[in-house]
Unconditional design. Structure first.
Lengths: 117, 113
């Protein structure tokens, strides 16, 4: 079974700073996908960024980028120029290659990120 | 488009009572999912439906049943609620495409006393 570990329960930075959230995972699969989801106080789950394991290039979405280290099974999220609206719980999630349409996510425990003004 | 909708938003049950959580999506997605979120833990998959007419157990199915009523709707039933089922429940849906993105509903906060 796959497991996802987020070792930082809470983090806090000042507005405009850069912050990196850590995630490690354990799997024997060769084809899989990794995700970072954001959950603000509204409770809504929002996809931040995704990475396909077969792609060596790290994914980037505006101020959000990942550092994907496949051999180390590490998938960290970097938020540049952090904004107050980035305050949220962040979840790392793993999905093995879907089979017959089943796209099952395995989530980490989450990191509570606070951006201070 | 409303996306994924869930009803109710909040519910309080007494131990032993039953209830059904409703979920609907208007994105013509084939697959739908039910997760629960407990404090200090990430979301865990309860049941999923890869396509209309099929359902399968996820990581924590005990105490729950599901029904894929049609392509749009996927309900979660608690037959005899227990305090251990106090949680926030999320429904999600996804298309069979290369993004593999799941779209989540707003969640239902359930308390069992």
């Amino acid at each position: 079974a796959q497991t996802v570990t987020q070792s930082q329960p809470e983090m806090s930075v000042q507005e405009a700073e850069t912050v990196t959230l850590s995630c490690t995972y354990d799997t024997s699969e060769s084809n899989y996908y990794l995700f970072w989801y954001k959950q603000p106080p509204s409770r809504q789950m929002i996809l931040v960024i995704r990475q396909e394991a077969y792609k060596q290039q790290n994914a980037t979405e505006n101020r959000f980028s990942v550092n994907f280290q496949k051999a180390a099974k590490s998938f960290s999220l970097k938020i540049s120029d952090s904004q107050l609206g980035d305050t949220a719980m962040y979840f790392c999630a793993f999905m093995k290659q879907p089979f017959q349409g089943a796209q099952k996510l395995v989530f980490g425990q989450g990191t509570r990120l606070t951006i201070n003004p | 488009n409303a996306g994924v909708t869930q009803t109710p938003k909040f519910q309080v049950l007494k131990t032993g009572q039953s209830m059904t959580l409703q979920c609907a999506q208007d994105m013509n997605h084939n697959s739908m999912y039910w997760y629960r979120q407990d404090p200090g833990m990430g979301l865990r998959l309860i049941y999923y439906s890869a396509s209309e007419g099929t359902t399968d157990k996820g990581e924590v199915p005990n105490g729950y049943n599901v029904s894929r009523l049609n392509k749009r709707e996927f309900s979660l039933r608690l037959e005899s609620a227990a305090p251990s089922q106090t949680s926030v429940y999320f429904c999600a849906s996804s298309a069979r495409d290369r993004t593999h993105e799941q779209y989540f509903g707003p969640g239902t906060r359930l308390t069992v006393t």
